[in-house]
Design a protein around this ligand. Structure first.
Ligand SMILES: [Zn+2]
Length: 235
């Protein structure tokens, strides 16, 4: 597998065809095409440990910045490690209709932390989100959320060690105020993100949608009822 910049500042990438990211602009999972490569002479002169390349999203043509670690500064080529960092990550989204304001505020910050790759800050904000949820939902709601978390474990077949961490982050404080937060890596945080979204959906969004739909039905029933003369059967 080769990834290097040659002495005429051209980028060579064996697996260029497979280069796919989630675009931070259009959110599509899209192939990206290199559009700006640093000059070979500049890199040779300053020899930075990392170099930045600009790509174009094939779907929306907006720029995407990737950062690569340099492996070797050769005389005729600069070899890069194929792993890259996405400088700007796709923003995580969630529809907050029906979610109480204080829960929304905290979970929005959790989403920002996740989008920035600050996974432990994300875990801290998930704990605060859960605490705000439990204050709002009361004891019965907290127990329902706990059951929901257990149900999700089986549905999604979550590995036991990740599940234990999630339980600790979300419910740890309820058992012991001093319970420390476990450390999360990107993979674990990604699973946690989906699970917390699901808990919020179950606790608020699903109920809100259902109540709204029933209210609309009742409204139309009352509307038509008021304008239609009662049916009197002929005797
Ligand atoms: Zn795009």
């Amino acid at each position: 597998m080769a990834l290097y910049i040659d002495s005429s500042s051209q980028l060579h990438h064996d697996l260029e065809k497979n280069l796919v990211v989630t675009c931070p602009h259009c959110q599509a999972v899209s192939h990206i095409t290199p559009s700006a490569v640093p000059r070979f002479e500049d890199l040779q002169l300053y020899r930075p440990r990392q170099v930045g390349l600009v790509y174009l999203c094939d779907a929306c043509h907006m720029p995407i910045f990737l950062r690569f670690t340099v492996r070797v500064y050769g005389a005729t080529r600069i070899e890069l490690s194929p792993q890259f960092t996405e400088v700007e990550r796709a923003r995580e989204k969630f529809s907050f209709t029906y979610v109480p304001e204080d829960v929304e505020l905290l979970f929005r910050e959790a989403l920002s932390c996740f989008s920035q790759g600050a996974f432990n800050a994300f875990a801290s904000m998930c704990r605060r989100t859960a605490q705000a949820m439990f204050v709002d939902l009361g004891e019965a709601g907290r127990l329902r959320s706990f059951d929901e978390l257990n149900a999700v474990r089986e549905l999604a077949n979550i590995a036991p060690e990740i599940f234990t961490k999630m339980k600790n982050v979300l419910f740890g404080v309820e058992l012991d105020l001093r319970s420390p937060l476990p450390l999360l890596d990107g993979y674990e945080a990604g699973i946690m993100l989906e699970v917390v979204k699901d808990l919020l959906y179950e606790a608020y969004v699903r109920k809100g949608k259902l109540q709204q739909a029933i209210m609309v039905r009742r409204f139309f029933l009352e509307e038509t009822g008021a304008h239609v003369a009662p049916f009197v059967p002929a005797s």
